[in-house]
Design a binder for this molecule. Structure first.
Ligand code: SF4
Length: 94
């Protein structure tokens, strides 16, 4: 059965600031190359960019990582059903 959320990391735009790992160490870590990695994610093959994806039933602290990422390279996509419920956190206005 499909998961409810897809976490995407547009890795090419990551500046390696570490904010995601600071608020969501369960899923995010800075690797030796100085760029963040979403634990358990896989490289999406359909795009030219390096986009890593992870499907979850509960986005958990990834919502905080999405909000805090200064480069806005973390996105959470919900299924239509979950979007209707309005459970996904909206990005705060700057
Ligand atoms: S917060 Fe965003 S820019 Fe900073 S390391 Fe994480 S993914 Fe990269």
């Amino acid at each position: 059965m499909a998961k409810k959320y897809t976490i995407l990391h547009f890795k090419d735009g990551c500046i390696g600031c570490g904010s995601c790992a600071a608020v969501c160490e369960k899923y995010w870590e800075i690797q030796d190359d100085g760029i963040a990695h979403l634990t358990g994610s896989v490289l999406q093959k359909k795009t030219k960019e390096n986009v890593y994806v992870l499907e979850l039933d509960d986005p958990g602290c990834n919502a905080d990582a999405q909000d805090i990422c200064p480069a806005q390279v973390i996105k959470i996509r919900a299924t239509k059903k979950e979007k209707k419920k309005g459970v996904i956190k909206k990005k705060k206005a700057a």
